[in-house]
Design a protein around this ligand. Structure first.
Ligand code: PDD
Length: 276
């Protein structure tokens, strides 16, 4: 496997992470997952721009431009012959003797490598289940931080309950999933939590909002409660890897008719057509 390290592509065997890399010790860094369909990278601009924003928000300086990173990612896809899958990329603040505060002259450390997976079609057709969990994360969920410990714990709790996703509830409001954004449909209106520090503004979420508006569906970026979630006609979650994933049961309660709803199918089809 070929991997990108800062500005150069190398063989994976030749790359090592320092024991004092701040990403390893503190989770001091940010990341992205970008999708590749049939060898073509999808929504690269949105992911790379969000990556630069996340890095800036935590005061990490990157040693390449947006365009350089985009070109390097495309080269990495070609080098590895990624047909279906994606690229994971992350940057850490760099290597220094362990202490909490940091030195702004540190050289940040980027790595990127290919992921191989396919569209989760069966689950998209059948729908999946979810559980609700308390949102005990920090208040900068808009930053795509490497610190995913609570997300990891709650995804595992979902899996232990044979559920696909854990849906976060903060002060009775549904924020997002452990690695997805959440939409409900009620009386024909699509709703999702507004973009704020309480959620990651998903690239898929943003694409879905545009597709819904362009196709004259009613969509609102508004807060909704756990009671509204459970009483929704339809629920679906979105992400780079899940695309549109219907949720047919939450906390052992059937949602709507307990099957993939028409409004979910409509936005799923719009997204799949858009992807091409
Ligand atoms: N997860 N919310 C959270 C907390 C996420 O981690 C993600 C993405 C999303 C959806 O964002 P997007 O549509 O840009 O993928 C929402 C990625 C895929 C991951 O951690 O693997």
């Amino acid at each position: 496997m070929k991997v990108l390290v800062n500005n150069t592509i190398e063989s994976r065997e030749n790359v090592a992470i320092d024991i004092e890399d701040r990403g390893y010790q503190f989770g001091d860094g940010v990341y992205e997952v970008v999708r590749v369909y049939e060898g073509e990278v999808y929504e690269l601009d949105g992911h790379v721009e969000r990556f630069f924003r996340s890095a800036q928000e935590i005061d990490i300086t990157l040693s390449y431009t947006v365009n350089e990173l985009k070109e390097n990612i495309k080269a990495l896809i070609a080098e590895n012959n990624v047909v279906d899958g994606g690229i994971y990329f992350q940057v850490t603040r760099g290597v220094s003797p362990r202490k909490h505060s940091y030195d702004r002259t540190l050289a940040s450390h980027l790595i990127a490598y290919p992921l191989y997976f396919t569209r989760p079609k069966e689950k998209q057709l059948s729908g999946v289940t979810a559980i609700t969990v308390d949102d005990l994360r920090w208040l900068r969920c808009d930053i795509k931080s490497l610190n995913l410990l609570y997300n990891v714990m709650m995804k595992q709790k979902a899996q232990d309950n044979k559920a696909f996703e854990g849906i976060f509830v903060r002060d009775d409001v549904i924020t997002e999933g452990t690695s997805t954004n959440v939409f409900i449909v009620k009386d024909g209106v699509y709703k999702t939590h507004p973009a704020s520090n309480m959620i990651l503004n998903g690239i898929t979420r943003q694409r879905i909002l545009s597709l819904l508006s362009e196709n004259n569906f009613t969509v609102e970026e508004v807060k909704f409660t756990k009671a509204e979630l459970l009483a929704a006609d339809e629920v679906f979650i979105t992400s780079t890897t899940s695309e549109v994933m219907p949720i047919i049961e939450i906390d052992n309660q059937i949602i709507g008719q307990g099957q993939v709803g028409d409004k979910t199918k409509q936005i799923y089809n719009l997204l799949i057509n858009y992807i091409g």
